[in-house]
Design a protein around this ligand. Structure first.
Ligand SMILES: Cc1cc2nc3c(=O)[nH]c(=O)nc-3n(C[C@H](O)[C@H](O)[C@H](O)COP(=O)(O)OP(=O)(O)OC[C@H]3O[C@@H](n4cnc5c(N)ncnc54)[C@H](O)[C@@H]3O)c2cc1C
Length: 340
């Protein structure tokens, strides 16, 4: 009997398993494909702070950024190259400056963040899973009396970390948005010493390889997806001409929720909730035994370790989750709108 069965071995699931096990829980991970088979494997895994004007998305992104660069100090798969963020068309770039809350300097026409970098996603996640029981099959968890049955495994509680795959997530109050994207790894003579981000991201040259990527096309939207090769035109507009040979193209889908913050915490049955949303206090509700960590958006490797650490501390040490990240915010909004 495991304490927790984590379903999904992407950034969300693996970081959650890592923290839970490190804090002393008995953990199993179940993955239907391979480690980083979902959005996490497609990600360029750029780790960068967010520009903004001080709202919650910027605040949480940059708190997560500060946390994860410390966390990544321990992995050989993080390259702290720094990142130059250039102004996008029509952006009032200067107005961001008073709100920048991480280390930066102005250079080369943009803001330069020396702590930023890039992670070799798959290698990093695989290394975290060493020593954690990992199984490969499609999980269809069944609630039994006092435990969950996941294939032949048994666990007291389960954590859904299934990314944009919302098959197991049948709750009316949460809807997962899906945005597809591509990344190319190219062998190139382009020798940037730091990552550059504008409309697309272009990485520093690491062992002869440059990553170029973007996630833009919202699945279900009427606009056709742009030609993936247009990434190269965009990249050349940013950094000038360069020669390249495509080593590998990755396609993936990332998940997000409508307020663009991660979503973590207990999944509740609406029947157990008061009719008046004002009476719902996320910090005092008992845990449900079925949890989610998702909605990491375009920052799966920034939010992943941070959200996982918060979830593990909530599960094992009863530390309340921040309201702005707690899944309970969606229950309140749903009931407030008259849904039940
Ligand atoms: C092209 C692209 C570029 C990106 N670039 C960046 C970037 O530069 N920086 C950054 O931080 N983020 C980036 N992202 C975002 C990041 O990849 C995602 O936010 C992150 O990977 C989401 O992680 P996840 O674990 O929630 O989901 P996923 O990585 O999708 O993992 C979910 C896993 O669950 C498994 N699964 C689903 N259902 C089941 C089931 N029933 N049983 C067993 N297993 C199941 C899937 O196979 C999958 O492996 C990018 C995304 C894309 C697509």
């Amino acid at each position: 009997m495991y304490d927790y069965c984590i379903i999904g071995a992407g950034s969300a699931g693996v970081h959650t398993a890592y923290f839970l096990q490190r804090f002393g829980a008995k953990v199993a991970v179940v993955e239907k494909g391979a480690v980083a088979a979902g959005g996490s494997g497609a990600a360029g895994a750029f780790v960068s702070p967010r520009l903004g004007r001080g709202g919650p998305i910027q605040r949480w992104s940059n708190e997560a950024f500060q946390f994860c660069v410390k966390f990544y100090e321990k992995t050989p798969f993080f390259y702290q190259t720094g990142l130059l963020r250039l102004p996008k068309e029509g952006e009032d770039f200067d107005s961001f400056e008073p709100f920048i809350d991480v280390k930066y300097e102005r250079k080369d026409g943009g803001f330069y963040f020396p702590q930023a970098g890039i992670v070799k996603a798959k290698e990093h996640l695989e290394s975290l899973l060493e020593g954690i029981d990992t199984f490969y099959f499609e999980a269809k968890p069944i609630r039994k009396d006092g435990y969950w049955e996941v294939g032949r495994l048994r666990a007291k509680e389960i954590v859904l970390a299934t990314g944009s795959d919302d098959e197991l997530l049948r709750v009316p109050y949460l809807s997962i948005g899906k945005t597809s994207g591509v990344r190319f790894d190219v062998r190139s003579d382009l020798a940037l010493s730091y990552n550059i981000h504008k409309k697309v991201s272009v990485s520093a040259n690491i062992d002869g390889i440059v990553a170029i990527g973007a996630t833009h096309h919202r699945l279900g939207s009427k606009n056709p997806a742009s030609n993936p090769l247009s990434l190269f035109e965009e990249a050349k507009r940013m950094v000038g001409e360069f020669r390249y040979e495509i080593e590998q193209m990755y396609c993936g889908v990332r998940s997000s929720v409508n307020d663009h913050l991660p979503v973590i915490g207990s999944l509740y049955d609406l029947k157990s909730m008061p009719r008046d949303w004002r009476k719902i206090d996320g910090s005092s509700l008992p845990k449900s035994g079925r949890y989610i960590i998702g909605g990491l958006g375009g920052r799966g490797f920034v939010f992943g370790p941070f959200a996982a650490m918060l979830l593990a501390r909530y599960l094992l040490y009863d530390e309340p989750l921040p309201e702005e990240l707690n899944v309970v915010r969606f229950i309140k909004r749903y009931i407030k709108r008259g849904g039940r």
